[in-house]
Design a binder for this molecule. Sequence first.
Ligand code: NAD
Length: 355
Amino acid sequence: MNKKIALIKGDGIGPEIVESAVRVLDRIAEKYNHKFTYVDAPMGGNAIDVFGEPLPQSSIDTCLKSDAVLLGAVGGHKWDNLSGKMRPEAGLLGIRKALKVYANLRPAKLYPQLKERSPLKNEISEKGFDILIVRELTGGIYFGERGIRSGSLGREAYDTECYSEIEIERIARVAFEMAEKRNKKVTSIDKANVLESSRLWRKIVHDIAQDYPNIFVEDMLVDNAAMQLAKNPGQFDVILTSNMFGDILSDLASALTGSIGLLPSSSLGDSTLGLYEPIHGSAPDLPRNVANPIGTILSAAMMLSDSFNMPQEAKDIQDAVEKTLNNNYRTADIYMDGYIKCSTKEITDKIIEFI
Ligand code: NAD
């Protein structure tokens, strides 16, 4: 199969972790006789330096003409003092909008080999967990009406949580479809005891659940969900939630896995043109060739399964990551005494060897 992949390398560790993922993709192409071609789409601080803006139209066009987009990370101290739309991170919102991706999928898995790195107590981490968080990405309070006005107590600020039936339905369908491929359980997280938007959310999720009779669905209030994630994360399979709740809960879930450098994500819309990126930032504090590339490599695996319908190829990458960990290879962020410390390039070499 021939596929064109847009690469947004970004800033900081972005270029080197994307390079690792490309090397892994090339190994997959060689093994399965695929042809992947890559085209650069500058975004972030480096784009500001060259084009005077974080997301030039030419990069958007490049992404729209590709079969999928792989993104490293953007941002860095050099551009910290720029304002609003001129900041590197503005490119992130811009590219999500241009690609019309409304579903953010974040797997959070605790590898048994890394349980000592988890902040969870042994008796909890021992059981492990494998959660997929499906977060609505383009609606809710981050996009609702907002402003500053004069109220009865003086100046006040407001933001609005608003969800339409159609927005809830389409993200709920993504969660149910994902649960079909996993352990057939969806936990829908809301705040229906207080919020009107959550009550509509809950009703639509239950309506959609009728179309998926073999999926077990449960509701959970967001405050309880935060507690349950810390106490018993193994109970979750697919978590379905809104933009803001998903933002917060997915960071909590990722912290429980031991290192932010391990976790991939995908953002999908109605077409197969998805955006794939690790959940971490550009880590400007790290020297070169030290970063953990696994989150980006696993993002490339998600790209193979979700955009290219290549589940076996994706599984090869996931298995190779597990074998690399089983054989005690560790980057600095997950290193402990007695293990083999690897640079970014060395751990990538090991993953490629295991494919
Ligand atoms: P960060 O995720 O870059 O770093 C947080 C901590 O995790 C740092 O100590 C870093 O060294 C470590 N870390 C992150 N990725 C790692 C990896 N792959 N391997 C090993 N260690 C890793 O978050 P931050 O420090 O808050 O932000 C740094 C910059 O990244 C800022 O400019 C921020 O705006 C930007 N950012 C970008 C994205 C994105 O591009 N999607 C996301 C978050 C933050």
